[in-house]
Design a protein around this ligand. Structure first.
Ligand SMILES: Cc1ncc(C[n+]2csc(CCOP(=O)(O)OP(=O)(O)O)c2C)c(N)n1
Ligand SMILES: [Mg+2]
Length: 393
């Protein structure tokens, strides 16, 4: 069967043929011609007419910074996985493979911008200045989230798939209503992180519709890591995800999610569009989840190992390392220094985790509402009384 040139039917009124559907699915499997890339998997810096200028200021020093970010974030991630296996955490959600998608986007945001994550955004949290030890509470089950979302301008993790798209859109509408969109230095935007699977949720659709109708300054940042637990991307969509934006009336861009520079450039552009009143924007960061969905998942049951082997060749950290060595003459000292920093961070992360105290029974009632309602206050005292009945038992 020959594949048509494009997935788009020639007559827009006609239903897509089987061939069109299949070619559309094919388009979702690969980056495709519209993938924005500034750093190839081989570590070569390349140009891009539309977005290249948004990373023109990135020289050796900045690139070294992004390399350091990605190595440290990966190290935290690997330690998190190990701590779960050793019984110190109830669960861990790995980001392995998505470091560039997160660091590129996270470093593009200014301190004024507000960010709504899902549950895998440890790299974005890092860019917001959240100490990695603050991530441990949720996964050890001692906390709902240990950072102040207002101060960090980074909301607490959301486990309910897609829900944060509504929160982010509402927040961005508020920014618009309060006159925070425009040319001034106080302009700000919102960024919302979600996965490929989340795009099948009603909440994401509703968020897109409201954001479009109100010109809300929100960047929808979809990390397409090809899988929603065991469900592959082709079960979620007939068209490449970035093209969905068109149906809502705003631009969609597909960026190489394993290319930190391209993610930085495209996100800088998108946030600026939003701040200046041209939002919303959808970014599809085309990447791959190299580990399991969570530590409760076993991907060998639903995907072939050779897929992972192919994506290893597109590793987001390795291409930056190669570029630093080849195009900037960075020597081994720098890489040794980053390695030493990563060992130090890992040791601190582990030591913090194993020493975390168990919270008291009142903890689950604290910092949820500013003031407890009478009903919650009654529930709290009943619970504390029940707890106390075990004392000495
Ligand atoms: C509303 C809702 N439905 C189902 C789930 C169970 N669930 C947790 S993660 C997940 C898959 C999400 O996939 P994707 O959006 O691609 O994000 P990824 O985990 O790949 O980053 C599902 C179905 C949930 N948490 N919330
Ligand atoms: Mg996914």
């Amino acid at each position: 069967m020959s594949r048509p040139q494009s997935w788009v039917p020639t007559d827009p009124r006609s239903a897509p043929t089987r061939e069109h559907v299949l070619s559309g699915l094919h388009g979702t499997d690969e980056g495709g011609a519209e993938l924005v890339q500034l750093l190839t998997p081989e570590g070569q810096r390349v140009s891009d007419d539309r977005f290249g200028s948004w990373a023109d200021d990135v020289g050796a020093e900045e690139l070294k910074g992004y390399y350091r970010d990605m190595v440290l974030v990966r190290r935290v991630d690997r330690e998190g996985n190990a701590l779960q296996r050793q019984g110190q955490l109830g669960i861990w959600v790995p980001l392995l493979g998505q470091e560039a998608a997160q660091v590129g986007a996270g470093r593009a945001a200014t301190p004024r911008d507000m960010i709504f994550p899902s549950y895998r955004e440890h790299g974005v949290a890092w860019c917001r200045g959240i100490d990695p030890t603050d991530l441990l509470g949720i996964f050890r089950g001692t906390d709902h989230g240990s950072w102040d979302p207002i101060e960090a301008r980074f909301h607490l993790y959301t486990i309910v798939i897609g829900n944060q798209c509504l929160n982010a859109t509402g927040y961005a509408m508020g920014q618009k209503f309060e006159g925070k969109v425009g040319d001034g230095p106080d302009a700000e935007a919102t960024m919302c992180f979600f996965g490929d699977g989340a795009t099948s949720q009603g909440d994401v659709h509703e968020g897109f519709v409201w954001a479009a109708a109100y010109d809300a300054p929100v960047v929808f940042y979809c990390q397409n890591n090809q899988w929603a637990i065991s469900v592959p991307l082709e079960r979620q969509t007939r068209v490449p995800l970035f093209q969905r934006a068109r149906g809502y009336g705003f631009p969609g861009v597909r960026v190489d999610g394993n290319d930190v520079l391209a993610c930085l450039a495209v996100t800088r552009w998108a946030l600026e569009e939003c701040r200046t009143g041209n939002g919303p924007v959808l970014i599809e960061a085309f990447t791959y989840r190299m580990d399991a969905h969570t530590t409760s998942d076993d991907p060998s049951r639903y995907r072939l190992a050779d897929e992972l082997e192919l994506w290893k060749l597109k590793d987001p950290i390795e291409r930056v390392r190669v570029n630093l060595v080849r195009e900037h003459g960075v020597g081994q000292d720098f890489f040794d220094e980053v390695q030493a920093k990563s060992d130090e961070l890992a040791a601190r992360f582990r030591a913090f985790c194993v020493a975390m105290p168990d919270p008291g029974p009142d903890r689950m009632f604290s910092e949820v509402y500013a003031e407890l309602s009478p009903q919650l206050a009654a529930e709290k005292s009943a619970y504390l009384e029940y707890h106390a009945s075990f004392e000495g038992a």
